[in-house]
Design a protein around this ligand. Structure first.
Ligand code: SF4
Length: 358
């Protein structure tokens, strides 16, 4: 049975006559671009075709377990359950400009095991399928239809290291940018990685207009390895070489995600190391505030004055800098703890069963 996003296979499956192909196109427009439900979008196809679609397509491989709306800002967390019972999250971010972004997950858990991240401490890593990745966007757009909004930007910055799930990521990106499916411009997508050189280059080659963010967080070898255990496999020299090989045009800079941690990443010498690391690289630096998590009591966020001084130094060196503010702070903790607890319990049960696609 073809995946629902395999347009060619479905056209062949349902008949190649122009009327069917046009009705399928309208069905996909309603469902994937306009946020209609799968059932309502069926009004565009004939009854026999609708019967086949209903019996052969699982429109939602994820079930929405909970929705948490922030009282502080325009953030909404969506907690989804996979068919194994594991939980993942997506976050809708509504900017004051009216633009809407969606931060999505690519895995359950994450093998990068970053010390500052609740997902990294979950102890499991399981790939989401392309349909599970795409369903986060389908369901978010359906919720947003009530507000007359549509997801405009999609960032792969939720749970997981997307480049550890590269094949499914590529399938999802192909569907998201296909004019016959979601029809997003590739510039609206951003993939964030802790740094998997070969996969960064492969993504850049296959989808040159998709934006890439490197979660650097420290330009000091030992300091970075302490924060990101996976960094032991990829020294900073190799990462720098990889960045220099990316085909960045002057329209497109690599995003550098940099966590501001007191006396670890925010000292004047840390700024100098970052500037040296980025020499001759077109980069936009995002300074990220730290939200404390259980199990990392030795990490503390930088204060605002330090953050501002750090940003001034980077700007003086010629880099555009954005100081990020955390959104949805009131829903983050509740959701992270809930997901961690539930996933640990389910993972324990699953350990006795064979795992495909891990
Ligand atoms: S790569 Fe991202 S999701 Fe994975 S542990 Fe690090 S911060 Fe968390």
């Amino acid at each position: 049975m073809p995946h629902w996003y395999d347009v060619t296979a479905w056209n062949e499956r349902l008949g190649n006559d122009s009327q069917t192909i046009h009705s399928l196109r309208r069905f996909r427009t309603r469902w994937l671009k306009q946020g209609w439900t799968f059932e309502a979008s069926m009004s565009e196809v004939s009854a026999p075709v609708a019967e086949i679609l209903k019996s052969e397509i699982t429109p939602h491989p994820l079930s929405l377990a909970e929705r948490l709306d922030s009282n502080l800002d325009g953030a909404t967390k969506l907690l989804f359950r996979t068919d194994e019972g594991l939980m993942i999250e997506s976050v809708i971010l509504r900017a004051g400009t009216g633009r809407t972004s969606l931060c999505i997950s690519s895995q359950v858990g994450c093998a990068a095991a970053c010390r500052f991240c609740a997902t990294g401490q979950m102890g499991i890593a399981r790939n989401l399928s392309a349909s599970q990745i795409l369903d986060q966007i389908v369901q978010a757009n359906q919720l947003l239809q009530d507000e007359d909004r549509r997801v405009r930007n999609i960032v792969f910055m939720g749970m997981g290291e997307p480049l550890h799930n590269a094949d499914n990521l590529h399938e999802a990106i192909a569907a998201l940018t296909s004019p016959l499916l979601f029809d997003y411009a590739p510039q609206r997508l951003l993939v964030s990685t802790v740094g998997i050189p070969d996969e960064m280059l492969r993504l850049d080659q296959k989808f040159p207009s998709v934006n890439l963010a490197l979660s650097l967080h420290s330009a000091d070898e030992i300091g970075r390895q302490d924060l990101i255990p996976l960094a032991k496999r990829v020294p900073l020299d190799r990462l720098r070489e990889t960045l220099l090989q990316l085909k960045l045009s002057d329209k497109r800079r690599i995003m550098i995600e940099y966590l501001m941690l007191e006396n670890r990443t925010d000292r004047p010498e840390d700024a100098e190391k970052l500037i040296a690391f980025l020499e001759n690289i077109e980069a936009h630096i995002n300074l990220i505030p730290y939200n404390s998590i259980d199990g990392a009591d030795d990490l503390r966020g930088s204060n605002q004055a330090v953050r501002d001084r750090f940003a001034i130094r980077l700007r003086a060196a010629g880099y555009p800098v954005t100081i990020r503010y955390s959104l949805g702070a009131d829903i983050a903790a509740a959701c992270g703890q809930l997901i961690q607890r539930e996933n640990r319990q389910i993972a324990k049960q699953l350990r006795t069963t064979p795992v495909a696609n891990r």
